[in-house]
Design a protein. Sequence first.
Lengths: 211, 211
Amino acid sequence: MTTPSTVQRIEMVLTEEISVGELTPGVRLDEARLAERFGVSRTPIREALNRLTAQGILVAGEKRGVFVAEYSREELSQIFEAMHEIEAACARIASQRLNLLSRAEIEHAQSECLAAAQSGDRAGYLRANEAFHMAIYKATGNPYMAEIATEFRRRTGPFRAKKFATAQDLIDSAESHRDLIENIFSEDSTTASNGMRSHMTASFVQTLKVN
Amino acid sequence: MTTPSTVQRIEMVLTEEISVGELTPGVRLDEARLAERFGVSRTPIREALNRLTAQGILVAGEKRGVFVAEYSREELSQIFEAMHEIEAACARIASQRLNLLSRAEIEHAQSECLAAAQSGDRAGYLRANEAFHMAIYKATGNPYMAEIATEFRRRTGPFRAKKFATAQDLIDSAESHRDLIENIFSEDSTTASNGMRSHMTASFVQTLKVN
DNA sequence: ACTTTTTGTTTTGTATACAAAATAGTGGCC
DNA sequence: GGCCACTATTTTGTATACAAAACAAAAAGT
């Protein structure tokens, strides 16, 4: 692993804090404060904020500062529609490229999800769930598909996270992975993408309830 | 139309030069030289380069400068696969949301394509063709889908442009739009996405020949 | 002649300084 | 007391300065 540069480090920390929910949508990010906090000048801070803005995690107004992106229900619906399509495409491609390794990685990620869900570890489940979907992205063998899928995942992270309120929510989510895996492992592209579509739709229904 | 800021202007100019082919893949972009050329300091240049890097149009090495992205055949194949999926998804959504306006806009863009093709105006056709696909993106009613589709279009621009060598190439391309429009206007999502898939596949076959 | 080391130059990354714009705060006015 | 204008302060955007790393070139050694 190559040592991350200063701005990559800042980028990672902020991304993490947003996905965890420490920085909530609508919050303003003050360059000067961040500079002081990270012990650097404003220059690398601005660079990191720029990159995060390009990823859609932050939004920037004209001479008006940078904010954690917040979306209306309408916008959220559009983002989820796009994510829905991309996830379905990933499932489709993955189903056609499965091999022993990718199957094992998906299964492994799923077992981590179940473990976290059963022990009621919310933060652990969030991580495991992301890893599960990442395993599917990786199974596509296509880093470009994986990249955009990951980007949407990050953008919607703060909103999706809210839907895991009770321990039962975690278990329900983990169990719904079971069908999805079966559909993808069928190696039939239509079955796989439809499986993902219904998984994503269910996820969005839950998400809309809490946003 | 809001007046573009300095860095937006730089971004637009560079994007244009890359898509036109004035700046070819692999070329290094010198910050100092660009600063001098645009009559600004290195700071806004760096910001623009950063944004373009985030969009995948440029690639940046560690302390090694910024280059116009160049892709191997393998990478090109992966990018086109992703683009293929996204375009198909756009066609799918657009077919479900068509209205009088979006139909008209798509037809209008197509007539511009035909006009440019018939008069052998290569540069004009490139623009018109982009506008045609943009009209489909717009017809999705989903700015997020449109955004990623546009991004892929920009990334692949320099490679796709090469395939239009003769006047006949333009005419062939414009005529192949005809079927695509019919498929999308059928308002059947499967027909629409399959139509786009075959259009994109044909496009990629031609692209691979010249890359 | 070829490799390797050393030196000099270019170029990136970061810090600091400054100008212009936006926001907040104060005082005057109705 | 509430509203508007004006000033002060903060904050963004850009320019400049400097340190460190990469690159190129020349010199020394084998």
